[in-house]
Write a protein that binds this ligand. Sequence first.
Ligand SMILES: C[S@@+](CC[C@H](N)C(=O)[O-])C[C@H]1O[C@@H](n2cnc3c(N)ncnc32)[C@H](O)[C@@H]1O
Length: 337
Amino acid sequence: MTDDACFLTFRANTFEPTLSVGCLRAAHAPYPRATLTLDSLPTEPWPCGAGGPDLNTSGTTKQRGVLSWMSWSAKDINTGSAHSARMYDYFLGGKDNYPPDQEAAEKVLAVLPHARTIARNNRYFMRRSARMLAQEAGIRQFLDIGTGIPTSPNLHEVIQEIAPEARIVYTDNDPIVLTHARALLTSAPQGMTAYAEADLREPRSILTAPELLETLDLTKPVALMMISILHFVPPEYDHYAVLGELVDALPSGSYLALTYGTSDFAPEEMKRAADVYAASRVPVRQRPKEEIEQFFQGLELVEPGLVPVHRWRPDDPALGKLSDADVSMFGGVARKP
Ligand SMILES: C[S@@+](CC[C@H](N)C(=O)[O-])C[C@H]1O[C@@H](n2cnc3c(N)ncnc32)[C@H](O)[C@@H]1O
């Protein structure tokens, strides 16, 4: 959270929902740092103006009676230019995208007609790997970085179907994801979900986010979900160092699930797609398999290793009909020894 950010944090459980609301900017002093019960929420508009929280959010959470954390900082949602979360939403057939996202996504589809197949299969990998981690590996804590606009089933829904007591922290740096975070806070009562607005370019901002520290016990194994996110970190950042800082913070027995785009199978189409992304000011970096393998250095890849995502423990015969070029994304899951 920056010094001049307005913020709202709420914490609700079946018995005692509370909400902290505050503003660190002097001009917005009417709501200093304070803890309120949901019943005593202010009724006037949030003083930070457009983009402020919908206070009904709290009511919804109260009705659901789940334990959740969410923080909010006042940032404008820039709908004037394309953004990776909303382009991805468009590829998945979602409705939470704007004309610049649609235009950029259509330009990508013109040069990479299987972009929708890539997005869908990336999502399927997320579900299969999450099920494996909850069911076979017995993981009960998940940290999902680069969550994206909620798309059913969301990660916590997949996991809590197996382990309702599981705790899931979602993070993304796009304010539009935050505005939809309500759909991510529908935890089973036995478990907990949280949303932290944080930036992967600063891994410490994720590891020290209060929502994370309130939700996960970092002395116990955590599954770090890096699903179609690292390739969006601008090339001037050291992707290995960024990921390494996160993995280093997790104890032995933790897991990394990662997908990353590759130009190994359809080099020309993928290059043209990367150029469209770059022209839309969404830099994306693709890598060959050898470089993606290095993300798992020091970790133990589980079967079947690092493979195109549709080949990772497929659960539907239709996946066998796809070519590697159709999917152009590697995925793997590995255990920290
Ligand atoms: C392609 S979407 C992936 C969504 C989800 N992980 C999935 O696979 O379905 C990439 C997401 O990463 C987020 N993102 C991009 N750069 C980020 C950064 N530096 N920090 C945090 N999130 C970021 C975007 O906002 C977007 O929601």
